[in-house]
Ligand binder design. Structure first.
Ligand code: ADP
Length: 259
């Protein structure tokens, strides 16, 4: 059974299509980055996978169940899928411990492991109004993870974070995948994040998926000039980084248009 199957998704916007004929399948235990320019439909796609937006055509199937949208079901989505965006809310003036206790149905041992992975143990006795932006985001993430999702969808989780919090969040997502077997799909507008972090990258352009592949495939065999430009511009400046991220010889890339 395919873990996630997105088939023939179409979404009409006010004037033109926001998404057109999006189809792909995704195996579990992977970290997938969705890349592409602003307005290419990344958020809309993620929300359709989460069951938050109703597509005009097409289906999302998660572990054999069709994910229903808001027009079909009062409580949309699927219990195995969790969606996190920058618009999350935390109750104010409560201790973090209380916020998490209300959401928790896990055995204490599992919750403790989750708090360790999310790096929030030291924050449990703090009040929510005494947290930094990065700390708040980790609490919101932990609260979501207490529902034991198998697929975590993250809409631009790294934006608005300083480098320290961003790197910590990257490690957390890595550990979610490795220690807790959670598959993550995230949107990132930073191609360097996608190259360095993802097992697979899905590139969107004007409402379609223009390429899906490993960072190596996307970098070495970009499907078009836009993708070559998007992923090539950093390596153009830092070929050594390309070597570190992609685990191959920079010398082998010499002569290609990207270097
Ligand atoms: P991205 O995440 O790649 O920046 P979005 O998915 O947010 O792109 O938006 C793609 C386009 O679709 C934008 O032009 C936006 O105005 C439009 N759009 C977003 N959501 C909806 C919706 N629910 N209905 C119609 N149009 C939408």
């Amino acid at each position: 059974m395919t873990f996630l199957e997105v088939a023939g998704i179409y979404k009409q916007g006010e004037k033109e299509a926001v998404l057109q004929d999006i189809s792909f399948s995704q195996a579990k235990f992977q970290k997938i980055a969705i890349a592409g320019e602003t307005g290419s439909g990344k958020s809309t796609l993620l929300k359709i996978i989460a069951g938050l937006i109703q597509p005009d055509a097409g289906t999302v199937t998660f572990e054999g169940d069709r994910v229903k949208g808001p027009a079909e079901k009062l409580v949309a989505g699927h219990p195995g899928i969790a969606y996190h965006s920058q618009q999350y809310e935390l109750p104010e003036f409560l201790r973090v411990e209380q916020v998490l206790r209300y959401a928790n149905s896990l055995p204490q041992e599992d919750a403790e492991e989750l708090y360790a992975v999310c790096h929030i143990h030291h924050l449990l006795s703090r009040r929510t109004d005494q947290l930094s932006g990065g700390e708040r985001q980790r609490i919101a993430l932990a609260r979501l993870l207490l529902t034991s999702p198998k697929l975590l969808l993250l809409d631009e989780p790294f934006s608005n974070l300083d480098t320290g919090h961003k790197n910590l969040l990257k490690t957390i997502i890595q550990n979610l995948s490795e220690q807790l077997d959670i598959t993550c799909i995230l949107i990132s507008h930073d191609p360097l994040d996608s190259l360095s972090w993802a097992d697979e990258i899905l590139v969107m352009q004007a409402g379609t998926v223009s390429q899906k592949g490993t960072p190596q495939e996307i970098y070495q065999q970009p499907a078009n000039e836009y993708i070559a430009g998007l992923f090539g511009k950093y390596t153009l400046l830092n070929p050594e980084q390309a070597q570190a991220f992609l685990g191959r010889s920079v010398a082998s890339l010499k002569g290609k248009s990207m270097l």
